[in-house]
Design a protein around this ligand. Structure first.
Ligand code: FAD
Length: 372
């Protein structure tokens, strides 16, 4: 039995675990993979999280991360838009960042179990969580921080699981010679690709594509040749870079549907509560911020040693989550419609080039306020 049980050790789960453990809760976190590991992610993280990460004292500024303050967007045919990023961000690999947070959580006393959760039920005022290793754990509070889509969504019969999610994500680390302060988003038919610098003079190249693109070809290399390379900037990038992975990290079934924040007293955070489209480059910041908000709601309404006020806890978290993120997720879904087709992306780049203040306002809509 633990006070809080967290399923999933990405940025959302690790943030909640760290804050709750620091505040006297006994936290158990169950993660199906062993750290460190690569994830499909563009690895550009908005500066809104920097003060918070610095406050954790995990040495974030000594990691050789890159500072990013310029944005370039190219249309499918190669037309380019450039803009300053007011708030900006930095680049860091998930391999490094998640590992660092895991080590910090463990040093605080969070108990880690490296197994897959296969079932999770709420009964008699507590959660019972079963794992692939035939273990059963119990807790008063359970957080679902298991990412965009998991076996558990099906178990919990969450609505979005049954809707089409026709996207796949592909990621590489590369060495190339783009400016270190730039994040570039290159459109291609049915998707877009982001490239920006991370630590150790490496760059992260990550793209989101409609799954239909892959179905037309024999595999990822042929799809890249036939679809991505029609954008001349992408062709140059792929042809003139050194690829550091033997094969790319790939995920599919990416869904941007609205999701529920609580279900039968289970509390969702990070991508499992709602995922922003990757072109906004803010899923990591939202995962960290939602993990923090959830930990704070728990500290308010499930004080150690007293009864858990589940109704107040769920209302407080839902209200604060919606205030912070609902509009950003909606804007992300709308802005994504400007991407991924030749005509619309050409028009978008042309129009935004004429009206720089419109670009600034679109970027602002997807970024949040700096928080501690
Ligand atoms: C193509 C693409 C590009 C992106 N680019 C960016 C970007 O540049 N910047 C940005 O800020 N965001 C980006 N994002 C979004 C960002 O990656 C996510 O929003 C973020 O990782 C969410 O964190 P999380 O903690 O909610 O989930 P995750 O990081 O996915 O963590 C969930 C964890 O749960 C574990 N898990 C799942 N099921 C189980 C189970 N049954 N039992 C135990 N463990 C389980 C998984 O192994 C995983 O470690 C991108 C996303 C995609 C798809």
């Amino acid at each position: 039995m633990s006070d809080v049980l967290i399923v999933g050790g990405g940025l959302a789960g690790l943030t909640s675990a760290i804050l709750l453990q620091k505040n006297g809760y006994q936290v158990r976190l169950i993660e199906k993979k062993n750290y460190p590991f690569h994830r499909v992610c563009g690895e550009y993280i908005s500066n809104e999280v920097l003060p918070f990460l610095e406050s954790l004292d995990i040495g974030i500024s000594g990691l050789g991360t890159s500072r990013i303050n310029r944005l370039a967007v190219t249309s499918v045919s190669g037309k380019m838009l450039q803009a300053d990023l007011d708030l900006g961000g930095f680049g860091i690999s998930r391999f490094k960042l998640d590992h660092l947070l895991y080590q910090h959580a463990e040093s605080l006393g969070v108990e880690f179990i490296f197994e897959k959760v296969i079932d999770l039920v709420f009964t008699e005022e507590k959660f019972k969580v079963s794992t692939s290793g035939n273990k059963v754990f119990e807790s008063g509070i359970a957080i679902a921080a298991y990412g965009k889509r998991s076996n558990l969504d099906q178990k919990l019969t969450r609505n979005f699981f049954y809707k089409r999610s026709p996207y796949l994500g592909v990621k590489y680390h590369i060495k190339t010679d783009l400016p270190g302060n730039l994040i570039r988003l290159d459109n291609f038919q049915g998707g877009y690709c982001g490239v920006s610098k991370i630590e150790d003079d490496k760059y992260c190249l990550c793209y989101l594509s409609e799954t239909a693109n892959l179905k037309k070809y024999s595999g990822i290399p042929e799809m890249e040749e036939q679809v991505l390379f029609r954008n001349p900037h992408l062709r140059n990038l792929f042809k003139n870079s050194e690829f550091l992975f033997e094969k790319p990290e790939v995920i599919n079934e990416i869904s941007f549907e609205q999701k529920t924040l609580t279900e039968n007293h289970l509390l969702f955070c990070g991508d499992s509560a709602g995922m922003i489209t990757p072109l906004c480059g803010n899923g990591m910041a939202i995962a960290i911020h939602s993990g923090k908000i959830l930990a704070e709601s728990i500290m308010r309404f499930a004080k150690k040693g007293s009864d858990i006020n589940r109704t107040a806890l769920e209302q407080d978290y839902t209200l604060r989550w919606k205030k912070q993120f609902a509009l950003r997720l909606k804007s992300g879904r709308l802005i994504q419609k400007l991407f991924g087709s030749t005509f619309v992306s050409d028009m978008a780049v042309y129009t935004l080039n004429q009206f720089p203040s419109l670009t600034e306002s679109l970027v602002k809509k997807t970024h949040g306020e700096v928080f501690m």
